[in-house]
Design a protein around this ligand. Sequence first.
Ligand code: BTN
Length: 247
Amino acid sequence: MKQLKKDIILANVPKNRINLDIFEEIDSTNEFLKKNIQSNEFNLVASEKQTNGKGRRGKKWHSPKKGNIYMSISTKNTFKSGPLSLITGIICTKVLSNISQTEEIGLKWPNDLVFNNKKIGGILVEKDIYANEEKTIIGIGINFNINGEENWWGDISELKIEDQRNVIIAKITSEIIKIYDKDHFDWVNQWKNLCIHLNKEVKIFNHNSTAEDGVFIGIEDDGSALIKTESGMKSFKSSEISIKGVY
Ligand code: BTN
């Protein structure tokens, strides 16, 4: 396993716009950025391990030292180009596909990275105010090697790109900055092209734990899922979705 290396990452990002910190161990890269003053336009942090990695909806993110990516980017800037967590999903998928030369990594709504029908990565976007600074924090976890303690956990070990972790972190960061620099980004079509369950039957779990069946028709400008149910077309904001045949 190749270590995280500051010089390789900095060589592949617009380094005058970024402050970079690398840790051997940290509680959570998202929490670290929340508690630190923004020292450049973008602050980037990556760690070999997290002791309290956080997932969406209050879940934990299993974060052992196994050559995975645990990274977060924060900025005071506002993104004008669309729902950031979905856009970050597109970016991560494309960077991984490019480097591994496969098209087998896809997206499950809203922003799970999927390979071989298992979740291999996730994104946690948070907003926070610290010392009167409002900022957005984009947290990204990508599993290159994980023990499948849960049957829906997967990794991309078979793609054999773990040695390129530093370049992957740099490329994801650079692409996020490129999106920030744009006023408009045609993310809807790109997201749909990468979606693994477009026009397929899905089960939607609402926050109150009720479930509804339907066909996943597409996505709206704000990132909501459009589902055709027995009682008509419905739009769902950020509930959990479960798909037959996928975790
Ligand atoms: C999800 O539940 O799908 C989102 C997982 C996000 C995990 C990443 S790992 C780096 C960053 N720091 C955290 O504590 N969480 C995010």
